[in-house]
Ligand binder design. Structure first.
Ligand code: PDD
Length: 287
């Protein structure tokens, strides 16, 4: 079955899907995106993802490409046409196509919209959950507005590549004070000696992950205590558990960082309990 993508008003074969060479996303990374999980035929946390899209667009003064209701119809159609019941969709909105010029194009230029969907490799995810992943730390070198889910991801790309070259799966950005920020494509959590979950406040300097927000709803019925508090690399090395969250993975246990073993070197029970409870608590929208 051929994969289908939505590009600026048309459903087209994925292999032929293309945007114009003067799309501002292509030339300036002048756009935003969302990645959303699909599980058992439901879109997970769709409202929160679209709320964040709205915030990213308004921070960059990019118009919505269509109404929210119409966008949901497109997302559903892309998922249906690709027969994705367990996987994800990706959507990207850019400021549109215009002759190359740093300033915004004239008002009325339509933004570009691309929506794709794919199935995820359940076996690969299960393996990461069972074995845990390795991470490295890297110095923060991104711009100040990483709270916007912009497609400008070059530092994240370089950091992930560096992690791969060190045999790890995630890179964790660390600020100049030695405090942990977030992963290249995840938020970072630790469980301290008292069993409290710590994650950096999202007011500034990290992306407010949707999985991170929903995890707070999941933690309550599990009786887990959460503190939004920055922690150092040393505290992270000494943590009982470390895990990273994102829509693509929910919550992957991290069992080694910079070659140091975390906890007993095996995935912890808190990450597992959260992962198991997550889908029940999260918002579910039928495809
Ligand atoms: N990334 N921090 C960064 C820098 C991210 O890129 C992501 C997600 C997150 C977690 O956000 P959420 O829980 O909303 O997925 C945190 C997506 C999955 C990506 O770029 O593929």
């Amino acid at each position: 079955m051929p994969r289908i993508a939505y590009v600026n008003g048309a459903y087209v074969p994925h292999s032929e899907a293309a945007v114009h060479i003067e799309d501002r996303g292509y030339q300036f990374a002048d756009g935003v995106y969302e990645v959303c999980e699909v599980r058992h035929g439901f879109i997970v946390d769709l409202s929160r993802h679209l709320d964040r899209l709205d915030r990213s667009l308004s921070e960059l003064r990019i118009d919505w490409p269509m109404s929210r209701a119409a966008l949901i119809l497109v997302i559903r159609e892309v998922l249906r046409r690709n027969r994705v019941r367990n996987g994800l969709f990706y959507l990207q909105v850019t400021r549109g196509v215009a002759r190359r010029d740093h300033v915004f194009p004239a008002k009325g230029m339509p933004p570009s919209l691309v929506v794709t969907a794919k199935r995820t490799d359940a076996a690969a995810i299960a393996k990461k959950n069972a074995e845990g992943i390795a991470a490295i730390t890297v110095p923060e070198n991104r711009w100040d507005r990483v709270d916007i889910k912009s497609v400008g991801l070059l530092p994240n790309v370089l950091a992930r590549q560096r992690a791969k070259e060190f045999g790890a799966q995630e890179a964790i950005f660390v600020d100049t004070d030695g405090m942990v920020k977030e992963g290249a494509a995840t938020n970072v959590w630790i469980v301290d000696g008292e069993g409290t979950l710590l994650t950096r406040p999202a007011e500034h300097g990290i992306l407010r992950g949707i999985t991170r927000t929903t995890l707070m709803d999941v933690a309550k019925p599990l009786g887990l205590k959460i503190e939004e508090k920055a922690f150092s690399v040393e505290e992270m090395y000494a943590a009982r558990e470390v895990f990273v969250t994102a829509a693509t993975s929910i919550c992957f246990p991290v069992v080694s960082i910079d070659g140091k073993t975390i906890g007993n070197g095996h995935p912890g029970s808190i990450a597992q309990n959260i992962r198991e409870a997550f889908f029940d608590i999260a918002e579910k929208t039928l495809i």
